[in-house]
Design a protein around this ligand. Sequence first.
Ligand code: BG6
Length: 485
Amino acid sequence: MVIFGASGDLTARKLIPSLFNSCRKQRLPEDINIIGFGGSPLTDEEFKNHLLEGLAKYAAFRFTKEQWQFFSRRLSYLQGSYADLESFKKLDTALKKIEGGPANRLFYLATPPTVFANIIDLLGETRQLEENNFWRRVVIEKPFGTDLASAKELNQKIHRVLDEDQIYRIDHYLGKETVQNILVIRFANTIFEPLWNRNYVDHVQITVAESVGVEHRGGYYDNVGVLRDMVQNHLLQLLSLVAMEPPASYTGNALRNEKVKVLSAVQPINSLQAVVNHTIRAQYQGYLDEPNIDPASTTPTYTALRLFINNWRWQGVPFYLRSGKKLAEKSTQIIVQFKEPPMPMFPLSSCQNCTPNTLVLYLQPDEGIHLRFEAKVPDTVAETSSVDMEFHYADSFGPSAIPEAYERLLLDALQGDTSLFTRADEVETTWGLIDPILNIWEQDQAPPVSIYPSGSWGPEEANRMLQQDHRDWLIGSKEHIRHTT
Ligand code: BG6
């Protein structure tokens, strides 16, 4: 395995802790070698020490010196340039020496996106992507393009030297245990799926709230904003898993066919009027004072969208999506709100607290599932009250049952399972939904970016968007589902 961008943040923070943990669980191939490739001049020892420091900071597990020694024997470092043919020839020679014969190779691009195409070109030119009984795969980090045109261009460039089934485009949300659980909930049970449609579902809310701000990533974030950073990838992936039809099988292409199908049925927001009606954008107070942010920046750090899916299952059911930084809490959840019963059977006065049935999928933190339904209050004639049934991963599977998303993704890439990676047409379909909104937001007539206080639940406009539909934003927590307005 070769990691490009080996001296960078992602390698120390996510990739090495995940590979090390898989090694501790004896899930890594025994004969794997991990070669870091980067611009910094480091010896093997310096590289290993840098990674060990990273583990002390970022690993969510304890480990022994012996475990580290066992793992770190597989690590080495090669200095090189991403734009220089000689460096790639040197890499090939070094790999051949380590391999001692034909071997599989996984290349991981943990570099800035500006050099993705270059690296793949040079790997192609040095014939390191040709498969002869042994496989060659490339994992590509996000962001994959900055709009539809750039994503298409990148796809075209990499398809010159790679087949689609050699390409593993990362969306780390797909590696999250609870995101995979969306499909298990839907398709390994019989009780939810018959209700999972416009006849019984009133609306769906997807919230990806973060309490942190842009931190040290101002330079990147200010050019990108929340729609590109979170919605094009993570939120639309969540939407596709919640809304897709059952796949023909649990395999990469069957799953991705269904995701592309449902994403293609999302009604585009592609006129000024639609943008005014269905999108909100805002920036947290204090954003302009963060490091590396243009003092006149109008980059949104929060967005809320009302989307509709034009198919038989979901016609007329709104999907409300929201994501933002510096919000009241870190919480990722999907809420399915069911319709009210067709008629009020019980005297209205006793049912004044009746709330429609609600299913919350907690993706993080406190991963789990929460179902709220009505029950009779004891010792009354027919008074009802909402009650809660909950499942928490930590209670059922232990407090440290949930692995880091990258563990799953790296193992899948090594095993050749593409299910949790995005396909070329999928990425292009999501950009096709985002592009028109971004373009219209640029126009003078577009509603301006509003400001929301740090630590709040976002701008008032987002509340009004739901109130127009006689609904409220919801957030679930243990034994509780509350409005965030
Ligand atoms: C990344 C975004 O893809 O996801 C970040 O670039 C964001 O801005 C992060 O903070 C959120 O990921 P998670 O796993 O913490 O929800």
